[in-house]
Design a protein around this ligand. Structure first.
Ligand SMILES: O=C(O)CCC(=O)C(=O)O
Length: 292
């Protein structure tokens, strides 16, 4: 069910809506987002529509070589979230022992960088663009993808397909900081909220907006199951949220560490395609990391 009654944009959250060309005016946007000075940034036109269309064409023709990671069921035809690449967050399908899954994660991370370069070949290189963007809004910090204690790379991003008839469940980013997969990552990060970012490669015909709720990580108002999990239906029916629909090639960068969020049901024949991950400054604030 879609959530009822979104609030007008800017009612609940401090929103910055800015063309990518004007980002120079916000040299500390990452720190501002992770400390509550700004909550949500819509950065318009980070990649051109033509670039995203080229990438989409290659994906649709199966010219990507990426590992396909369904998140809810091994039945790849079932409506669900599917990652292209392997993500760091837990899912319901990967039941391998943690060491095995973690080793595969790092191997796929190395692979992702190379395959993503090919996916964006001849248009604007994804990593180059993202690195310069993150560096420009992080007070001059150098943009990098983190590595674990053995020198293994985390994945810079993942591509996500949300099928028609599927949603992305309510979740919150700071929760992941204490999961086993973050054992060697969390100590490298500054103590502020981690951020989330994504860029639509192809928004759906309808639906698929990101909904950001007023409910915060560790919020005493959180309705809980006996297992400690959030009762998403209660939050969606009773708490306020704002709904955003960034366009093809825009970047949606927000405090997804602090605020619970979900992606609304995709309506129409086409899936919703995005690429993105998480962002945080390093412990010494000299590096801005992104990973997925
Ligand atoms: O890729 C998306 O559309 C959603 C991303 C998201 O929910 C997150 O980064 O936490």
């Amino acid at each position: 069910m879609p959530s009822p009654h979104p609030q007008p944009i800017g009612t609940l959250f401090k929103v910055l809506d800015v063309p990518a060309a004007e980002l120079g005016k916000y040299p500390n946007l990452v720190a501002d987002l992770s400390q509550g000075v700004v909550d949500v940034a819509l950065i318009r036109g980070v990649f051109s529509t033509a670039t995203m269309d080229t990438v989409l064409g290659r994906i649709n023709r199966g010219e990507h070589g990426l590992v396909v990671s369904p998140q809810s069921t091994a039945d790849v035809e079932a409506p669900q979230v599917t990652l292209f690449g392997q993500g760091i967050t837990p899912n319901d399908v990967d039941r391998r022992p943690r060491n095995e899954s973690q080793a595969a994660y790092h191997a796929h991370a190395e692979e992702f960088s190379a395959l993503c370069r090919e996916l964006f070949a001849g248009v604007e290189d994804y990593e180059t663009r993202i690195d310069s963007l993150f560096s420009s809004i992080s007070g001059g910090a150098k943009s990098a993808v983190p590595r674990d204690n053995l020198g293994r790379l985390f994945t810079p991003s993942t591509i996500r397909r949300l099928s028609p008839g599927a949603e992305m469940n309510l979740h919150v980013g700071n929760y992941f900081l204490s999961t086993p997969a973050y054992k060697y990552l969390q100590p490298q990060l500054c103590p502020h909220d981690q951020l989330s970012f994504f860029l639509p490669i192809d928004p759906p015909q309808a639906g698929g907006e990101i909904e950001v709720f007023e409910l915060e990580f560790n919020d005493p108002r959180m309705p809980k199951r006996p297992t400690g999990d959030v009762v998403a239906a209660t939050v969606e029916a009773s708490m306020r949220f704002e709904s955003y629909g960034p366009g093809k090639g825009d970047m949606f960068l927000f405090n997804g560490g602090r605020f619970y969020h979900r992606v609304d049901w995709v309506v129409g024949p086409r899936p919703r395609w995005t690429i993105g991950g998480f962002v945080s400054l390093s412990k010494d604030f000299k590096t801005v990391f992104h990973w997925s």
